[in-house]
Design a protein around this ligand. Structure first.
Ligand code: BDP
Length: 640
């Protein structure tokens, strides 16, 4: 039985996210200001038995500190590892955040200024109030949401603006990822009210406000969205664009495409059109070209009706590149691209899934050191700030939605599918303009052999292609090639396998034959290119044995090497990539197969290399030398 308390409020506010406006990344410009609200917020977990006291007593109506004891909580961060309180680490239900903000007087005075409150992401369900008035709610833990709050803060300009955000991390059969709440009613075994959150995925269900919260302004008439699709013909780049404007009946625009030196290379005054770039500099992946990640800037100016002054200006980075898939290749700018990369998690000590710039930059430095040219956002969309880094550094991304752990047949129903489609709408809306994103992944290891999977994935993949016809779509499979119902609909087959680990543990000698069979079966049936989207083995850093035994660094090394031998045969045919599981060790739920988290990282959670990192580095630089065009300073063996 599910008690209404924990989930009741979730169901009450089960409004689907609507994608009727743009979600441009907030930026400062001559017409826009940004005020970050990161730092310490007041925080209170609702530990009442039904988790509903906050709503019953309307905690949003007054200062949170007046409702009961509050603690300091950093934003952005997961709340789980911040305190010494075990009941907060494993908390399920509503937590409340609050912060008072002084809004610049000119924002309040100028009725012509839109003031928007934006949350980069909060896990999982959020409700937001400003000065006690509800302004928005949002389902989904990994994508941004926002609300215009200008009229509210103008009501009483003398009081500070009080922002209250309630966040609930409960996962149900209809959420993404799914989960279940299980109450234990045997009073000889469990205390009154005891329940657990069951999940079907292998990472800790960190919760809280994970990405920056900010206020930003735009004028009343503003650039609401921009969509670009790029192509090229010989030396001429083509940037097909559409601008959507809100708050103006007619829009007079100046659209200018500038190169890195801010020289105008093409311009237009149309709301949509195609800009031609002579002697185009294409966007290339890292290690595939001597000048990777080349970005133009598309400046969109919304002019006042008399065309003499600018109302709004927004500048979008644009990388000009194409993506195509054949039956044996993945082509970027018509050249074969081989993914030699990693799977990641947003995960680190103390912060959990909170965005952290030192960690982000360190991870990019490690990926480049490793010679990785790509990663998959396993198993949910990462912060847009990370995709911006990928655009600039030329790191190729497979962008995955939070469709992980879809194992229960009830999660294939209509309500789940409708929500999954809505999440794809939001994901594509946010990430469509990033040149680094080359493929959408709609799920990880769903129970794709179940009968409803065929309709589910056919619909989901068709919908995603409708949203974005320019990128291939996949999901990550671990099911049997003969029984996988969704595989006919994907563009690229992405397969996870753990031979000599979950199957035939300890038997390294089975890897060559089993991996070969895996590839031949999938290719034989579908004739589509294949990425080994996960493979690996746990290694506790510092644990050694020879001959290699499971959980030692030596065993992890040999697993990698044996997989690599087969990749080297098959990449000459139809295997188009290999992504190690995982870049770094990461936290999971507690269980008998996990020793304080998953240890399949080639780096530790603190980002120090295990022996496997050096094996991978050696390989990735060698692959880059074979497949890419490297500048002299990166020639293998490199000195990075
Ligand atoms: C794969 C999952 C991944 C797990 C990994 C593992 O996709 O999330 O962490 O197995 O068990 O099946 O290490």
């Amino acid at each position: 039985m599910i008690r209404p308390g924990v989930l009741g409020a979730l169901c009450l506010c089960a409004v689907f996210n609507t994608v009727d406006s743009g979600m441009l990344f907030p930026q400062e410009s001559s017409s826009r200001e940004v005020k970050e609200l990161n730092g310490l917020w007041d925080f209170r977990a609702d530990k009442s038995p039904n988790r509903n006291q906050g709503f019953e007593r309307a905690w949003y109506k007054s200062r949170l500190a007046e409702t009961g004891p509050v603690i300091d909580m950093p934003v952005p961060a997961s709340y789980n590892d911040i305190t010494q309180d075990p009941s907060l680490r494993d908390f399920t239900g509503w937590v409340w955040y609050e912060r008072e903000v002084v809004v610049p007087a000119r924002w309040v005075a100028d009725e012509g200024t839109r003031v928007v409150l934006r949350v980069g992401s909060a896990h999982y369900y959020s409700i937001v109030w400003v000065n006690g008035v509800k302004v928005t709610e949002h389902e989904g833990g990994h994508l941004p949401f926002e609300a215009e709050i200008g009229s509210l803060i103008r009501k009483d300009p003398t009081t500070p603006c009080r922002i209250t955000i309630a966040v609930n991390n409960t996962l149900t059969l209809k959420t993404l990822p799914p989960g279940t709440i299980q109450y234990m009613s045997d009073r000889t075994k469990y205390p009154d009210g005891f329940f657990v959150q069951n999940i079907y995925f292998d990472f800790f269900n960190y919760a809280g406000i994970h990405r920056p919260v900010l206020l930003y302004t735009t004028p009343k008439a503003y650039v609401d969205d921009i969509t670009v699709v790029t192509d090229f013909l010989d030396n001429t780049g083509l940037v097909k664009y559409t601008v959507s404007v809100q708050g103006a009946t007619t829009a007079t625009l100046k659209v200018t495409l500038m190169d890195k030196d801010r020289h105008c290379v093409a311009s237009s005054s149309d709301q949509s059109g195609v800009l031609k770039v002579v002697d185009v500099k294409l966007w290339w992946p890292y290690l595939m070209h001597e000048n990777p990640g080349y970005l133009y800037s598309l400046e969109v100016r919304l002019m006042a009706a008399d065309e003499r002054s600018t109302q709004d200006v927004y500048t979008l980075p644009v990388g000009i590149r194409t993506v195509n898939v054949t039956s044996t290749q993945f082509l970027i700018n018509n050249k074969p691209f081989y993914f030699h990369g990693v799977n990641k998690h947003e995960d680190s000590d103390i912060r959990g899934k909170g965005l952290d710039w030192p960690l982000i930059v360190k991870d990019f430095n490690l990926m480049k050191w490793l010679g990785a040219n790509s990663f998959r956002t396993s198993h949910y969309p990462y912060a847009e700030e990370i995709l911006q880094m990928c655009d600039r550094h030329g790191i190729v991304v497979i962008d995955e939605c939070p469709g992980v752990g879809i194992k229960d047949i009830r999660s294939f129903g209509n309500a789940s599918l409708t929500h999954h489609l809505a999440v794809m709408d939001e994901l594509v809306r946010r990430d469509k303009n990033h040149p680094s994103v080359v493929m959408w992944s709609v799920a990880n290891e769903p129970a794709a052999e179940m009968p409803p999977a065929e309709y589910y994935f056919k619909t989901l993949i068709k919908h995603t292609k409708g949203l974005d016809p320019t990128r291939p779509v996949t999901y990550i499979t671990d099911s049997n090639y003969a029984r996988d119902k969704g595989a006919p609909y994907v563009d690229v087959i992405c397969v996870n396998s753990y031979f000599s680990w979950y199957h035939d543990p300890g038997h390294l000698e089975v890897i060559p034959i089993q991996l070969n069979t895996q590839f031949e079966n999938w290719y034989g049936k579908y004739h589509k290119p294949i990425i080994q989207s996960e493979y690996g083995a746990d290694a506790v850093p510092g644990l050694h044995s020879d001959p290699p035994m499971m959980f030692t660094e030596e065993y992890q090394n040999v697993v990698l090497q044996k997989y690599h031998d087969v990749f080297d045969q098959k990449r000459k045919q139809y295997v188009i990539g290999e992504l190690i599981w995982n870049f770094a060790d990461f936290m999971t739920a507690q269980g008998i197969t996990r020793v304080v988290g998953n240890k399949k990282g080639v780096f530790t959670r603190q980002r120090q290399p295990k022996a496997a990192a050096f094996i991978l580095k050696e390989r990735y630089w060698r692959l880059a030398n074979e497949t890419g065009i490297l500048p002299p300073w990166t020639k293998y063996p490199c000195s990075l």
